[in-house]
Design a protein around this ligand. Structure first.
Ligand code: ZN
Length: 80
């Protein structure tokens, strides 16, 4: 019997594989951090389209409860 692997052998199966943020597949070294050029383009397109910008939704209240006070904030009046 061999006692070489008494230390455990440092064999961790859970090697964190970086995944593509777009499709969640193992990414490619060539197109990292994406898995392919396609996903890279998708990500780029999202940036260009502003999809990453969180849309400001004013109607974020609970459903059915619209007891908002009078709008105190007035938009800029067109003073020209
Ligand atoms: Zn991908």
């Amino acid at each position: 019997m061999t006692t070489a692997e008494k230390d455990g052998g440092q064999r961790e199966p859970r090697r964190s594989v970086a995944r593509c943020p777009i499709c969640n597949q193992p990414r490619s070294e060539e197109y990292r951090p994406f898995c392919s050029k396609r996903c890279a383009d998708v990500d780029l397109g999202r940036w260009l389209n502003g999809s990453y910008a969180i849309p400001v939704t004013e109607d974020d209240d609970e459903d059915g409860e619209e007891d908002l006070p009078a709008s105190e904030k007035k938009p800029d009046d067109g003073v020209s």
